[in-house]
Design a protein around this ligand. Structure first.
Ligand code: HEM
Length: 156
């Protein structure tokens, strides 16, 4: 018996990557909030910018692997498809919010402008973080409440 069973790799890609957008984006927003009280600390803004770009890319990867996971558990038309759709309906708009503000910040950064202290930017970041936490909650319930993708306990 080995835990390094690569036949499950496509099913398992989603749980392997989802921690990245959650961690990177939550820390990015936290650093932006901290940056409001430490305006002189350019390092905070730079770190939050890099984390926003990486986290947004990771969120896109999470959406792609989520769609692969959905196929692996029977697809949209399967009995659990409707449950997964609830998770997806929060995940996709949340990803769009972060990708949108990442592009907005990237364009302005290239012009030498910092938009991280704008109130609209912070409001969108907070909407994104709430969406991210709800996405994680719904995803966790798919697995731990409804057992989606779980084969059951097998004691060797
Ligand atoms: C930012 C995007 C997303 C995040 C952060 C995310 C997060 C999560 C989390 C935290 C879980 C629970 C995993 C576990 O505890 O092992 C999960 C499960 C799941 N998610 Fe997502 N998700 C995202 C997008 C999507 C999308 C777009 C779909 C496609 C419909 C999807 C489909 C699933 C499925 C089917 C599961 C059940 C477990 C599995 O088969 O991997 N997810 N997700």
């Amino acid at each position: 018996m080995t835990l390094l069973d690569f036949s499950t790799i496509f099913r398992d890609l989603h749980p392997m990557v989802i921690h990245f957008p959650i961690a990177l984006l939550v820390v990015s927003v936290f650093l932006d909030i901290l940056g409001r009280f430490r305006a002189e600390n350019a390092g905070l803004k730079h770190a939050s910018y890099i984390l926003l770009l990486l986290g947004s890319l990771a969120a896109i990867v999470a959406v792609i692997t989520g769609d692969i996971a959905l196929l692996a558990v029977g697809g949209e038309q399967s009995p659990i498809g409707k449950l997964v759709a609830q998770h997806e309906s929060i995940a996709v708009p949340t990803t769009l919010v972060f990708v949108g503000i990442a592009i907005w910040r990237l364009i302005n950064q290239r012009k030498g402008k910092d938009i991280s202290s704008s109130n609209l930017f912070l409001a969108l970041e907070l909407v994104g973080v709430v969406g991210l936490l709800l996405t994680g909650l719904a995803g966790g319930n798919l697995v731990f409440t409804y057992g989606i993708g779980v084969e059951g306990m097998k004691i060797p």
